[in-house]
Write a protein that binds this ligand. Structure first.
Ligand code: NAI
Ligand code: MG
Length: 356
């Protein structure tokens, strides 16, 4: 028996996690499912969005499943699960399932991973006023020689690319590509930067990645500028295997890739640190459809499958993914985003039946 902690978060996050937990419980997998207080409710009852007891349960669990964040109290849950735990590798599988609602003429065979570096680049949000930056770095100027204190006012954000942070995500990308190669994929890392314009920061990321990839003789390698990568995702998605991205580019490209493969409601993810992992859909709390029961739970069910595999329940994970694929192939119980009329719980019921 293994223990998982399920945290819905906010909006449709709560709905899809509840539906997924019901499915996991009914499937008879060897799981004990805990749902400790978190987010806005915990803020009211415990005075903190992630109470100590919830942290303790997460620390002891075999797996953690999260729904989605929206407002500050649920973002605080992600802050705990992702940034405070140094979960630096964000794995976002992009896969077409027969019957899914892809806008592409030929989505068949799309099966790759967008891998985001989670801890560096711009998203840690080191921001401030231009005035402060001008005082601290009076000589800092752009490519045409304009100094920061020549602007009347404004803000800045700092992009950080460290050798250690880049080496570890590059190694993670290579190990992931090797694992995938063993399962019949190409064994290729495609690195995404804007090294043509950001030569020192993105150029450094690219250089460090290429140094690490060179140690892996069995892998192919290519590099794309981020704008070119976005085009390739749509035009040649079948040619990709592991797309290694800095944080900002990866966040944008993974939504684009998810939509190309079938829809945001189908895209799962896992965030990994050296001794930590948690799993969540890549979509947000979707306030436009929250409370209606119509959100697509596929992304969360597939995130749960990733979690089960990580916990050592590989056959349960495979059965769950196969059941989801079966529901899409049959096409009778799909949610509204997929052109159907099923609710989240009806989709889960169909998945349970497909599990047999
Ligand atoms: P979103 O991902 O919540 O929604 C974008 C669009 O996709 C909406 O039209 C929504 O209805 C649809 N959608 C998303 N998931 C769906 C599902 N499972 N089934 C059917 N349709 C689905 O992104 P949005 O609207 O930009 O952000 C809403 C809130 O979520 C914001 O507060 C944002 O910061 C947060 N967010 C949180 C994320 C996370 O928890 N990791 C990721 C992205 C956004
Ligand atoms: Mg995103």
């Amino acid at each position: 028996m293994k223990t998982i902690v399920a945290l819905g978060g906010e909006g449709i996050g709560v709905e899809v996690v509840d539906a997924t937990c019901e499915l996991l419980a009914a499937a008879g997998f060897p799981l004990r499912i805990l749902t400790p207080p978190h987010g806005e409710a915990a803020q009211k009852t415990h005075g903190a969005p992630v109470p100590d007891e919830t942290k303790r349960l997460c620390g002891q669990a075999d797996g953690i499943l999260f729904g989605a964040a929206g407002g500050p109290a649920s973002v605080a849950v992600i802050t705990y699960l992702r940034w405070q735990q140094d979960a630096y590798a964000n794995v976002r599988p992009i896969k077409y399932y027969e019957g899914a609602h892809s806008p592409l003429a030929n989505p068949h065979g799309i099966d790759f991973v967008v891998l985001l570096e989670n801890m560096e680049d711009l998203y840690p949000a080191r921001e401030g006023d231009l005035e402060e930056l001008g005082r601290a770095m009076p000589e800092l100027c752009d490519r045409i020689g304009k100094r920061v204190n020549e602007y009347d006012m404004g803000r800045f954000a700092v992009k950080v690319v460290s050798r250690r942070g880049t080496e570890r995500i590059a190694r993670f990308a290579c190990e992931l590509a090797l694992k995938r190669k063993a399962r019949g994929h190409a064994g290729k890392v495609s690195c995404v930067t804007k090294s043509n314009l950001l030569r020192r920061s993105d150029g450094f990321f690219r250089e460090v990645v290429e140094g690490v990839v060179a140690q892996y003789r069995d892998l192919a390698y290519e590099h794309f500028q981020a704008d070119d990568a976005s085009r390739r995702l749509v035009r040649f998605p079948q040619s990709l295997d592991v797309l290694l991205c800095m944080n900002l580019y990866g966040d944008i490209l993974s939504d684009l890739a998810a939509e190309a493969a079938g829809g945001l409601g189908m895209a799962p993810s896992g965030c990994f640190g050296d001794r930590w992992a948690y799993f969540e859909s890549i979509h947000g709390s979707a306030p436009d459809i929250a409370g209606q029961g119509i959100a697509n739970p596929t992304a969360t069910i597939l995130s749960a499958a990733m979690m089960l595999e990580h916990m050592g329940l590989a056959s349960e994970a495979q059965r769950l993914e196969a059941a989801v694929a079966c529901v899409y192939r049959a096409g009778k119980h799909l949610t509204r985003d997929q052109g159907g009329t099923a609710t989240a719980s009806e989709f889960c019921k169909a998945t349970l039946e497909a599990l047999g």
